[in-house]
Unconditional design. Structure first.
Length: 496
């Protein structure tokens, strides 16, 4: 068929006009963005869609009741009869009233029948549902959550004054908040926990913890605790209790008796242990490390070195004058020097004669997101070196931000064993005749560490406790540990 130029142009305009008209029809017919309502009951939670009709939000009543019990519906013309368990409800399309059982109910808009489904105005749902369930409904507009019949998690806060004070948060169910710290504020975000608590603003007359503010947003609930210094959150009772307390301060130099001059010469009143053991390292650092402060370095492959015991905890009495805490600190300092020479970043849990609890040691390690944790012990039982790992069963790393305190290591047991085997290999290369063994053992705080974690126990070379002060022996242990940590870096280093 032949077309002239004018006919072709007319046909093109007609086709273009049809295409534009069809596009406009799609644009006009496109529904508004669907919104979801989350309904939370004591047994479960589920989401339903809100639909816009006649400028109002509507919801499928039967769809909700299906999740709560047994329903059936009968439609006769404009009449909609809904049976929920043994209760019958009657509505009529286009009417603003209905009947549930023997009770008359008023709706905030017309009842609508669409494709055999009965839609009620969303604004009426909070008053309507209790007629069916016999319970209570509470709507939180900001988070678009509807709590039915006491569903949801609630909390209470109790300040326990002391030196220092603690704030205990008790929840009716386990929670898994995301925790962040911003200066003197600790923020708990409950995006996955159905907290039914309304907004709270509590003030405390306390020198440490000054206020607690809870509010809701579109992602759920958020709690902000303000304090005069950084706080540490500890979980217990399977996540039902969170205790907030002052973050541990690690005093790495606590008195002039524990410090030394810049030249490395012991101060006049230095401890007798240092004077009687010249092979103990004389290098110390000043200041203190606090959770969340820059003094604890944050790097992808951070090595935390933990000389066991310290301060009032002397550890094993290796001889009349020699305490375990002195040997562990000496080896730890040598290990730090070896790792630093190899270009690795380290952090010492203690670098002086300080008393630090096991929980504090684990908390600082986890907060710094250390890739490797090495605890150093010394003893007189047998001879050689023993390497310990956690006795927890090996599991896959847990997702999310919350790890149970007592089993935080379970997802890292595999990496811990890789490191332990490497330590054995390196010691064997350096001292083939020195006994070295690896074994799982309940050595604290290994179970609490979220990273590759081992503990080593150094025993005398020949049964004589004084050999623990031998600089060559200490250096061999430090060299072997450093070489092992370097050799497994590619296996352990992950985005953190």
């Amino acid at each position: 068929m032949r077309w002239n130029k004018e006919a072709l142009l007319q046909r093109q305009f007609r086709i273009t006009g049809i295409a534009v008209a069809v596009s406009l029809c799609f644009l006009v017919a496109r529904p508004a963005e669907d919104k979801q309502l989350t309904i939370i009951t004591p047994q479960s939670s589920f989401s339903v869609l809100l639909q816009e009709r006649e400028g109002k939000e509507y919801i499928d009543l039967q769809n909700i009741l299906d999740q709560l019990g047994h329903t059936s519906a009968t439609i006769e013309g404009d009449n909609f009869k809904l049976r929920y368990d043994r209760l019958e409800a009657h509505f009529k399309s286009g009417q603003t009233s209905g009947k549930v059982g023997n009770a008359s109910v008023q709706l905030a808009g017309k009842f609508l029948l669409e494709n055999d489904h009965g839609l009620v105005p969303f604004a009426s749902l909070v008053e309507l549902l209790p007629h069916f369930t016999g319970g209570h409904a509470e709507y939180h507009e900001i988070s678009r959550r509807l709590f039915v019949n006491g569903g949801g998690t609630r909390f209470s806060a109790e300040l326990k004054k002391g030196t220092p004070s603690t704030l205990a948060l008790s929840f009716t169910a386990s929670v898994n908040p995301r925790i962040t710290s911003e200066g003197g504020k600790l923020r708990l975000s409950f995006s996955h926990d159905p907290l039914a608590t309304t907004a709270q603003n509590l003030k405390y007359d306390d020198p440490l913890i000054t206020s607690l503010h809870y509010s809701e947003n579109e992602n759920g609930g958020e709690m902000v605790i303000e304090a005069s210094e950084p706080l540490l959150a500890s979980f217990s009772d399977k996540g039902k209790t969170i205790v907030l307390s002052a973050a541990p301060k690690l005093a790495t130099a606590t008195s002039s008796a524990e410090t030394q001059t810049a030249s490395g010469t012991p101060a006049a009143n230095s401890t007798a242990a240092t004077e009687s053991n010249p092979n103990l390292s004389s290098t110390t650092s000043s200041g203190s490390a606090v959770l969340g402060e820059p003094s604890v370095p944050h790097t992808r492959y951070l090595i935390v070195i933990d000389p066991s015991h310290g301060g009032s905890e002397r550890g094993a009495a290796l001889s009349e004058k020699l305490a375990e805490k002195d040997i562990t600190l000496a080896i730890a300092r040598r290990l730090r020097a070896e790792l630093n020479d190899r270009g690795l970043v380290t952090f010492m849990i203690r670098d002086s004669d300080s008393t630090i609890s096991l929980d504090q040691r684990a908390a600082v390690t986890n907060t710094s997101r250390a890739a490797v944790y090495v605890a150093i012990h010394a003893g007189t039982l047998g001879h050689g070196v023993r390497v310990y790992t956690s006795m927890l069963p090996e599991t896959a790393p847990a997702p999310g931000t919350f790890l149970p305190w007592e089993t935080a290591q379970s997802g890292y047991v595999h990496n811990s064993r890789i490191l332990a085997y490497s330590v054995i290999d390196q010691i064997t290369k350096n001292q083939s005749k020195l006994p070295v063994a690896m074994m799982p053992a309940p050595v604290r705080p290994l179970n609490n560490i979220a990273g590759a974690a081992i503990a080593i126990e150094v025993a005398p070379q020949n049964g004589d406790a004084e050999s623990l002060t031998n600089s060559n022996y200490q250096q061999m242990v430090a060299n072997s540990l450093a070489a092992a940590i370097v050799s497994v870096r590619s296996s352990l280093e992950q985005p953190r």
